[in-house]
Ligand binder design. Structure first.
Ligand SMILES: [Zn+2]
Ligand SMILES: [Zn+2]
Length: 85
């Protein structure tokens, strides 16, 4: 079965509002794809979490207004569940 992240593939959009300023938060991309060897922040999301969450895609959601960010797990879906129009 081919699972994919609906957010990575543009099937869904992020509708989260910043708890600090109320601005609409945006998807910063999948953290798995972030590669920054100097960032301890990324180190915390160890490979352990990656392995255990094969059905989820970890995204960085950020507020473009105040810079707050957080991690959000997006459940991967079966590709069949989304018919392309
Ligand atoms: Zn994703
Ligand atoms: Zn904000």
């Amino acid at each position: 079965m081919n699972r994919c992240c609906p957010l990575c593939n543009g099937f869904i959009d992020i509708y989260e509002f910043c708890p600090d300023c109320g601005g609409k938060m945006e998807d910063g991309g999948a953290i798995n794809e972030y590669y920054d060897p100097y960032s301890p922040y990324i180190e915390i999301i160890s490979s352990r979490e990656r392995f255990e969450n094969d059905n989820e895609c970890l995204h960085l959601i950020y507020c473009p207004f105040c810079g707050r960010d957080k991690r959000e797990k997006i459940k991967k879906v079966l590709l069949d569940g989304y018919k392309l129009k």
